[in-house]
Design a binder for this molecule. Structure first.
Ligand code: NDP
Ligand code: PMR
Length: 398
């Protein structure tokens, strides 16, 4: 894929919206290169740990979950009541934003983090080297690129007997240099299949568990991004997100009977990622419209800042990985560290001031949160309904 964004941009620009940053681009030629090299993916192997291995029927699992769920307050020796530890599931907690969020939450001692990951050993090492207190996390296997694995994760989580107070859909893959699409176990193009469809099934199934929680603030958070929002400069770097009329999605994104792209166009890995982020942001809003009033659950999305050092860019060419962090740090000034981004997402999980539902959060230069505007497409209610309906067919919910 040739990405010649710099050629399309003026030599200086300002960014009024996202992050309220004002930046000057003096020399954008760094990113005007053709990013066509192929980098081998380093996806790890999968292994997992389940707390309880008992085989129970579906009904029995749910009964056990209900019995085992502790009350929301615990009496202390002095007779005072304290809030019990919250239980939060974070997908993709083995690295980057997910790991930093898991660490930030586990360190407070107020949260038990279920690290929902496809590579157990990698996650265990990451949690250890981050110094996460071991009583505050559990690793459970989840491969979002397999609907069977998603369903298995939900069963395993229910068997653990823990309540679900907050779900964070964070995991993602990005394939900017792929020339051909790759596919999930169920035959969906990998980026949309993992980032959107896997999370869509997971969150639909776990909605019941969230409903059952007696925690004072129940939340479902789906990580979005600036690059899916075409009302920003970053969102205007080609290829731009665009779901079109969803013809590719409706036909199953299988690259055989249909295109591998949501809009039915030619495969483009960077666009597929950005499209998946639009789906994430639309899904959050559709959840809000359908379930917020009835359940009291807070549905939220966010742009955590440009975390230019994470594994998300593992498939980009080495030159990009070298230059992207300083470009974001010194030129766009959109850079945030993994630690800072983790604090931001942890706020969306637990801060009492961020309980508003249906919001896409961003942070300004002083790291204060604000409610941001989504692009026209990412806030299109009719499109959100269609994405929801097509997605529930694809993942076998209807
Ligand atoms: P990382 O690559 O560091 O983290 C992605 C995580 O997703 C990893 O834990 C990875 O697991 C996991 N993952 C990938 N595929 C699967 C799968 N099939 N099943 C389960 N887990 C999977 O990237 P980031 O931390 O940057 O990304 C986290 C989120 O932040 C994403 O939603 C991304 O879109 C968003 N974001 C990132 C920005 C950035 O600048 N980095 C900016 C805006 C949003 P494994 O370790 O096994 O590969
Ligand atoms: Mg972008 C304010 C300017 C800004 C911000 C905040 C980002 C964030 N980017 C900005 C500007 C630009 N980028 C400009 C002007 C260019 C052209 C020179 C540019 C290029 C660029 C590339 C090639 N940017 C990128 C890429 C990627 O491959 C990243 C991507 O699109 O991943 C999907 C990316 C990103 N820029 C960002 C952020 C946050 C990303 C990556 C992460 C994401 O959206 O999840």
């Amino acid at each position: 894929m040739a990405l010649q964004a710099a050629a399309l941009l003026p030599s200086a620009f300002s960014i009024p919206k996202e992050g309220k940053a004002s930046a000057t681009l003096k020399d954008s030629s760094l990113f005007g290169i053709s990013l066509s090299d192929h980098i081998k993916s380093d996806f790890g192997s999968s292994s997992f740990k389940i707390k309880s291995q008992r085989r129970l029927s579906h009904g029995a699992i749910r009964a056990e979950t209900m019995v085992a769920t502790p009350g929301v307050t615990n009496a202390t020796v002095s007779g005072k009541k304290t809030l019990r530890k919250g239980c939060v599931v974070v997908t993709g907690a083995s690295s980057g934003l997910g790991l930093a969020t898991a660490k930030a939450l586990a360190e407070t001692g107020k949260w038990h983090v279920i690290m929902a990951c496809r590579d157990f050993l990698k996650t265990e090492r990451a949690a250890k080297s981050a110094g996460m207190p071991k009583e505050n996390y559990t690793i459970m296997h989840l491969d979002l690129a397999s609907l069977h694995s998603v369903r298995q994760f939900v069963d395993n989580f229910r068997r653990s007997g823990r309540p679900l107070d907050v779900l964070v859909c964070n995991a993602a893959v990005y394939q900017p240099t792929a020339k051909e699409p790759s596919f999930t176990a169920d035959g969906f193009e990998l980026s949309v299949g993992t980032n959107h469809l896997g999370h869509f099934l997971l969150s639909r199934l776990l909605l019941d568990d969230l409903k059952q929680s007696d925690y004072p603030s129940k939340r479902l958070i789906i990580v979005g991004s600036i690059t899916g929002n075409t009302n920003t400069l970053a969102g205007n770097v080609p290829p731009k997100a665009n779901l079109g009329d969803l013809r590719g999605l409706a036909r199953g994104l299988d690259g055989l009977n249909s295109s591998a792209m949501i809009d039915g166009g030619d495969f483009d890995g960077a666009k597929a990622y950005k499209d998946s982020k639009v789906c994430n942001m639309l899904t959050m809003q559709e959840f809000h419209r359908r379930y917020h009033e009835e359940t009291g659950i807070t549905f939220a999305s966010l742009y955590p800042g440009c975390i230019a050092t994470t594994g998300l860019f593992r498939e980009h060419i080495p030159l990009f990985r070298l230059l992207f962090p300083p470009f974001q740090k010194y030129i766009t000034k959109g850079f945030v560290s993994e630690t800072e981004s983790g604090k931001r997402l942890a706020q969306v999980v637990s801060d009492p001031s961020l309980t508003k539902s249906g919001v896409y959060w961003s942070w300004n230069k002083n790291s204060s949160s604000f409610e941001n505007q989504l692009s026209q497409e990412a806030s299109d209610a009719e499109k959100a309904r269609k994405v929801w309906e097509v997605s529930e067919k694809l993942v076998g919910l209807v």
